[in-house]
Design a protein around this ligand. Structure first.
Ligand code: SF4
Ligand code: SF4
Length: 116
């Protein structure tokens, strides 16, 4: 009898899983998600110097280059392991990992971030 009561209780209590993607799931404060870069503070974008984040990145996800006479900061989320070493090493605190985890895309190229 108690088994039936338990089953009925579970049936009536609704789903226990998250309602993602209809509703975003909350992330902890120190969650390491998609990066954001403050281009006003980044020494590479502003002056073409530094590049520390590229040197320390263990998965070669960051690349600094020049294209059409402009400096480009490229970050490949497909290579990134979200270790946050880039954020820790940055002398100007211009690169940050946010709490955003929603970056699923249909093609590989769409998860390569670029700032100029
Ligand atoms: S370490 Fe910081 S300032 Fe230096 S290139 Fe990277 S993001 Fe820019
Ligand atoms: S979080 Fe880690 S792996 Fe990702 S870009 Fe930064 S240093 Fe590289």
């Amino acid at each position: 009898m108690s088994v039936i009561r338990e089953v009925l209780k579970k049936l009536l209590s609704g789903p226990l899983t998250e309602d993602f993607p209809r509703k975003s799931s909350p992330t902890p404060e120190n969650y390491r998600g998609v990066h954001e870069l403050d281009t006003d503070l980044c020494l590479y974008i502003r002056y073409g110097i530094c590049g520390s984040c590229e040197w320390v990145c263990p998965s070669n996800a960051i690349c600094h280059l020049e294209e059409g006479g402009r400096r480009v900061f490229r970050l490949d989320l497909g290579k990134c392991i979200f270790c946050s070493t880039c954020m820790e090493i940055c002398p100007t605190k211009s690169i940050k990992l946010t709490r955003n985890y929603e970056f699923s895309r249909r093609s590989r190229g769409e998860i390569v971030l670029e700032w100029r």
